[in-house]
Write a protein that binds this ligand. Structure first.
Ligand SMILES: Cc1cc2nc3c(=O)[nH]c(=O)nc-3n(C[C@H](O)[C@H](O)[C@H](O)COP(=O)(O)O)c2cc1C
Length: 222
C-alpha cells in the first residue's frame, strides 16, 4: 500500500499485515461460510446518500444526542471483544479515542480490560453491554459494577443464544482466555470448539449473525 491509509479497507489491510493470523482471523471472520458477513457489507453498499443541492453548507453540524448525551456525529463504538489482542492497552485506549472524538464507547462484557480499568482511564460517556445470563447473580454483579463506575446505560444484546460456529477460530485452535470481568465470579475458560456461551441467556431470539440488535435501556443515571 502506498502512503497513509485513506479508508477502512486500507486500515484492515494494515491490520492483516501487523497482527498474528489467529487474532486477525478472529476480528475479521464470521460464522460458517461467512455468508451473513458478506451480506452485511453488501447491505451497506446498497445504501446511497441523496445529495441536496444549492443549500447553505456554511455550517455543517453532524452532532446528535443518544439518550440525552451529545455526540459529534451519529457514530458510536459498537461493543467488541478482546481489544488487547490488537493493542497492549486494549479497551482503555479505545475509550480514550472515543473521548477524543466526542462519541460514546459501548464496552463489551468480553473486554480484556475490566469495567473498572476502562472507567478510570478517561471521562468519556460509556455504556456497558451484557447479556441476560441464566445465573442472575452474574448479570447483577456486572450491571451494578457498571453503574458504580458511572456507565450511563446498559446495552442488552439479545441475538446470541449461542455463539456462531466460527470455522477459522476452530482451525486456528483458538482458546478463549478467562474473561477479565468474570474473574473471581466464574471460570469462563473454554475453547471455541466447545463454546456454547458459558451461561445460556434467557431471551429466545433467532441468531442474526453480526447484526447485533442492541436494546438501549435508559437507566436514569444522567
Ligand atoms: C471482533 C468482533 C467482536 C465483537 N464482539 C462483540 C461483543 O463482545 N458483544 C456484542 O454485543 N457484539 C460484538 N460484536 C458485534 C458488533 O458489536 C457489531 O454488532 C457487528 O460487528 C456489526 O456491526 P459492523 O457491521 O459495524 O461490524 C463483535 C464484532 C466483532 C467484529
Amino acid at each position: 500500500m502506498e502512503g497513509e491509509p485513506v479508508n477502512v479497507n486500507e486500515f484492515q489491510e494494515l491490520a492483516r499485515q501487523a497482527l498474528p493470523k489467529i487474532y486477525y482471523d478472529y476480528y475479521s471472520g464470521g460464522a460458517e461460510d461467512e455468508y451473513t458477513l458478506k451480506q452485511n457489507v453488501e447491505a451497506f453498499q446498497g445504501i446511497t446518500i441523496r445529495p441536496r443541492i444549492l443549500v447553505d453548507i456554511s455550517r455543517i453540524d453532524l452532532s446528535t444526542t443518544v439518550l440525552g448525551y451529545k455526540i459529534s456525529a451519529p457514530i458510536l463504538i459498537a461493543p467488541s471483544a478482546k481489544h488487547k489482542w490488537a493493542h497492549p492497552e486494549g479497551e482503555v485506549a479505545t475509550a480514550r479515542a472515543a473521548a477524543a472524538c466526542d462519541t460514546i464507547m459501548i464496552l463489551s462484557y468480553r473486554s480484556t480490560c475490566t469495567i473498572e480499568e476502562v472507567a478510570s482511564s478517561c471521562n468519556a460517556v460509556r455504556f456497558f453491554q451484557c447479556y441476560v445470563y441464566k445465573r442472575r447473580d452474574i448479570s447483577a454483579n456486572l450491571v451494578q459494577r457498571a453503574e458504580r463506575c458511572g456507565y450511563k446505560a446498559i446495552v442488552l444484546t439479545v441475538d446470541s443464544p449461542r455463539l456462531g460456529r466460527r470455522e477459522k477460530d476452530i482451525k486456528n485452535k483458538m482458546v478463549n482466555p478467562q474473561l477479565k470481568n468474570f474473574e473471581g465470579l466464574v471460570s469462563t475458560q473454554v475453547s471455541t470448539v466447545s463454546d456454547t456461551l458459558f451461561f445460556p441467556i434467557i431471551a429466545k431470539y433467532t441468531s442474526m449473525q453480526c447484526l447485533t440488535t442492541a436494546i438501549l435501556m435508559e437507566r436514569n443515571m444522567h
